[in-house]
Design a protein around this ligand. Structure first.
Ligand code: FAD
Length: 413
């Protein structure tokens, strides 16, 4: 297959798909398919919620990142035929033929079939989800009269985050800081209630002791109520029910946000290739799908053996894999040998409230405002394309990154 004529189809424009497309630009007829018109740098979705960053910083339009060497199609793939080597797009009759396929579809929220969760809990994976959550917080605040008794204000401003992994911790501390700030600005009596509910016995399970201590301090500082060894039994329009030590408690809440799990994309669920028990595609050390030399998979949908276990399901891994994958596709097209790589943890950075963060780098954890600055610097370097990095870096440096208060939408009784 001549390299410049090969049709390379990349499904999914997230960390795996976009970075692969950027590396492959010009190496064939490269097509990138995504349902959205923008990439999303998910690690900073919390800062977008709080207004510390703007949408254009972390969710740049694809057309600003890729040039004419990559064809962008906005759409959703509904079917993949590995034998016929073609993909079907929703609402289009003509299929897309490929010579090389890259599966980079990522995951979706896993509600674990918990009653009412999918219907009533808010997901937190996209810009639209952050907008909806911010609007929900403002709406709840707007319904509290200025002279409300502290217990009434607290009940009306109760929010719960399900799952105390990195996501739940980042989200709960951000939400708590924003709501406390809004209480002060509006001179409300009492305080909001932000709860984080976790099934296991600790917050950030799987992370090291050093970083956990910083996280626990931050949760205390932001006055987040932590409920470990607690299960959510059901979610309703007005709240949720939890169980701890055999005892059930019903809690009224203005919003329940679900960060307690990811499952593979439904399109991958129906694809007949070799998978592990979690439904992840088992890929060879070259990132090729077993039994299909012209099909590659990476990121959240792929099980890659030679990676530090804590990297599973992270942007870091998808990002690193994209480099290997692109170079292996070039090798495949040139008839050269494909390579394998071991993937290492590059460090962790967790945002903790609107003025704090924790960073783990070179085996050492540190926290506070300096860690927050370090996180911004680190993430500037990980944004896609030099041009975008420079624009965003300049904006953060000169215009600042202060949180935007939850302004009233208009007072309603
Ligand atoms: C809020 C949040 C915060 C996170 N924070 C961190 C962090 O701090 N550090 C870290 O390392 N990781 C973090 N992650 C995890 C990280 O985002 C994922 O591991 C990473 O995005 C995986 O990359 P991916 O390419 O596999 O999937 P994704 O980046 O999810 O990309 C999948 C793409 O496929 C597209 N797609 C889906 N279905 C279809 C279809 N049918 N047809 C066409 N396209 C489709 C999607 O729209 C999306 O563009 C976070 C995730 C979330 C949700």
């Amino acid at each position: 297959m001549a390299q410049n004529q090969a049709r390379i189809l990349i499904i999914g424009g997230g960390f795996g798909g976009l970075f692969t497309a950027l590396d492959l630009a010009g190496a064939g007829e490269v097509t990138l398919i995504s349902p959205e018109d923008h990439f999303l740098f998910t690690p900073m979705l919390y800062e977008y919620l709080s207004g510390e960053v703007e949408a254009w910083h972390i969710a740049p339009q694809y057309k600003e990142l890729i040039d004419e060497r990559v064809r962008m199609i906005r759409g959703e793939v509904t079917d993949i035929d590995l034998d016929a080597r073609e993909a079907t797009l929703k609402g289009r009759e003509r299929t897309l033929a490929y010579d090389v396929l890259v599966l980079a579809l990522g995951g979706i929220t896993n509600y674990w079939n918990i009653e009412g969760a999918e219907e009533f809990a808010l997901p937190f994976r996209k810009i639209a989800h952050a907008d909806a959550l911010r609007a929900r917080m403002i709406e709840a605040l707007d319904h509290v009269p200025p002279d409300a008794a502290p217990q009434d204000a607290r009940r009306a401003l109760t929010f719960a985050i399900v799952g105390a992994g990195a996501s739940g911790v980042e989200l709960s501390t951000k939400m708590a800081d924003l709501l406390h700030d809004a209480f002060n600005r509006r001179a409300l009596k009492g305080e909001p209630r932000v709860m984080v509910v976790e099934m296991s016995s600790t917050v950030v399970p799987g992370m090291g002791e050093d970083i956990r201590t910083l996280v626990e301090d931050a949760l205390k500082h932001s006055r987040v109520e932590v409920h470990t060894e607690t299960r959510v039994l059901r979610v309703t329009k007005d709240g949720f029910t939890i169980e701890h030590g055999g005892e059930e408690t019903q809690v009224e809440a203005a919003g329940v946000v679900w960060t307690a799990g990811v499952r593979v994309n439904p399109l991958i669920e129906k694809l007949e290739v070799e998978k592990d028990r979690r439904g992840l595609i088992i890929v060879e050390p070259t990132l090729q799908v077993r039994g299909h030399k012209n099909v590659f998979a990476l990121g959240d949908i792929a099980f890659y053996k030679d990676a530090t276990p804590t990297l599973a399901g992270t942007a870091q891994l998808a990002n690193q894999q994209a480099t290997l994958l692109a170079s292996n596709i070039k090798a495949l097209l040139d008839g050269r040998r494909l390579h394998a790589r071991h993937f290492e943890e590059l460090g962790e950075a967790i945002s903790l409230g609107t003025e704090n963060a924790a960073v783990l780098a070179g085996g050492k954890a540190f926290g506070g405002p300096l860690a927050r600055q370090a996180r911004f610097a680190l993430y500037t370097a990980r944004l896609p394309t030099w041009h975008h990095r420079l624009k965003v870096g300049a904006s953060w440096f000169f215009e600042g990154t202060t949180a935007r208060p939850l302004q009233p939408l208009g007072f309603r009784r």
